[in-house]
Design a protein around this ligand. Structure first.
Ligand code: ZN
Length: 199
């Protein structure tokens, strides 16, 4: 999911797990999959073990996210890998600074409230829409070290978590907007589909 304005510099992926981590290495950004690519509609599989391969994938996803310049969240599905892995770096929200988040097998345990806000998606460039979603979420998952993570949050982080977890289930934010609004986006969507479809 992209954000238009950023207030802070991105954290390098190598800082996510601390200086003493032996797995640190340079990574290259991966190719994003765009709207129209059938992989975006597939359901990702749970990760049974967090191996070095999985950690490396998480680093590469962070590099890919930072490489976009305005990205704040990415699901493995968006780089064509059907593993239940999301990474998020929202930076600041409501004067609070958030650490980059790597989450394997994220699961929404409960939701509360409702809020409408503008959303976009790195896989659907230049398209934004108001999306109604639960305001608060409780999410469980596994971090990059293989430790369980429990998150109770609201605001932007709650929205990005829902957006990225949707990707793992083949759901896009445009699925959540009204038929009329989606009708209005039809032309832009078909343009993306044609422009980005692999030959
Ligand atoms: Zn997205």
């Amino acid at each position: 999911m992209p954000k238009r304005k950023r207030k802070h510099q991105n954290t390098p992926a190598s800082e996510v797990v601390g200086e003493d981590d032996v797995l640190l290495r340079a990574t290259t950004p991966l190719q994003l999959c765009y709207y129209g690519n059938p992989v975006l509609r597939k359901k990702a599989k749970p990760v049974s073990e967090i191996t070095e391969t999985e950690r490396q994938l998480a680093y590469q996803m962070l590099e890919t996210l930072y490489n976009t310049g305005n990205g704040i969240g990415l699901a493995a599905t968006q780089i064509g890998i059907l593993k239940r892995l999301i990474i998020i770096d929202i930076g600041e929200d409501d004067d609070e600074t958030y650490e980059p988040l790597v989450l394997f097998n994220p699961e929404i345990l409960s939701v509360e409230g409702e809020v409408v806000a503008e959303e976009g998606c790195l896989s659907i460039p230049n398209v934004t829409a108001e999306v109604r979603r639960p305001e608060k979420v409780v999410v469980d998952g596994i971090d990059i070290r293989g430790e369980p993570v429990h998150i109770e949050t609201d605001g932007l982080l709650a929205r990005v978590l829902q957006h990225e977890i949707d990707h793992l289930n083949g759901v896009l934010f445009i699925d959540l907007i009204s038929g009329l609004k989606r009708q209005l986006l039809k032309e832009e969507l078909s343009w993306i589909q044609q422009a980005e479809r692999p030959s």
